[in-house]
Write a protein that binds this ligand. Structure first.
Ligand code: AP5
Length: 190
């Protein structure tokens, strides 16, 4: 049973690496960004609430994030473990996530923080913009998403660092190289 959280700047490979780690460990991959995009796609109330916020590269409200996450997290726990990416992004969300996990008496998750230079982030997201249609991958919105991360990251990283659960992993290199790095870091921490 693994419980891992993957955080990091936009475009650092959170979803890619969370998906790889979940596949290696037989766990469920949960991406909050993907869950929110599915709500937008389905035209639910929550999707309508977050649509413009996401297109602008702003953060959805913590209540909406908890709402979209609660049931999938519960299901993933029952299915034998999870790798969660994209949450928390703020210390407010970290506190709410701790509450959610504590309530179900789940042991604290290991937190993998991916670290990638901004020029490589921009290169990856501009490549993705040519193949996928994400409203938030324009250069202007990417700049804003990076600024949001830069503002929120220091207290968030501090939050997990003081709890001793933070593993910082360089995300430069090809997908398999980074996946090996992440898997070794998680193994060593267990
Ligand atoms: P989200 O979907 O989580 O977007 P993000 O954080 O901006 O991250 P990305 O999905 O762009 O990148 P990633 O780090 O997952 O990297 P990926 O693996 O895709 O969130 C979108 C929006 O939803 C937010 O802006 C916000 O509005 C809202 N939201 C989400 N969570 C929220 C929360 N907790 N609170 C409030 N609001 C929230 O890789 C990126 C690209 O690089 C891909 O094309 C990939 O193929 C490629 N790539 C990956 N690894 C490599 C590699 N090693 N080498 C080369 N290319 C690579």
């Amino acid at each position: 049973m693994i419980r891992v959280i993957v955080i990091g700047p936009p475009g650092s490979g959170k979803s890619t690496q969370a998906r790889h780690l979940a596949a290696r460990k037989g766990a469920t991959h949960l991406s909050v960004g993907a869950l929110l995009r599915a709500e937008v796609e389905a035209g639910t109330d929550l999707g309508r609430r977050v649509q413009d916020t996401m297109s602008a590269g702003e953060l959805a409200s913590t209540d909406d994030v908890v709402e979209v996450l609660r049931q999938p997290l519960h299901d993933a726990e029952a299915a034998g473990g999870w790798v969660l990416d994209g949450v928390p992004r703020t210390t407010e969300q970290a506190a709410r996530l701790d509450e959610l996990l504590d309530r179900d008496d789940l042991s604290p998750a290991v937190v993998v923080a991916l670290d990638l230079p901004e020029d490589e982030i921009r290169a990856r997201l501009s490549r993705r913009a040519q193949t996928e249609d994400r409203a938030d991958d324009t250069p202007e919105v990417v700049t804003h998403r990076l600024a949001v991360w830069a503002a929120e990251a220091p207290p968030l990283l501090e939050w997990y660092s003081t709890r001793g659960t933070l593993l910082t992993v360089p995300a430069i290199g090809d997908v398999d190289t980074v996946a090996d790095r992440v898997a070794h870091a998680v193994e060593d921490a267990r």
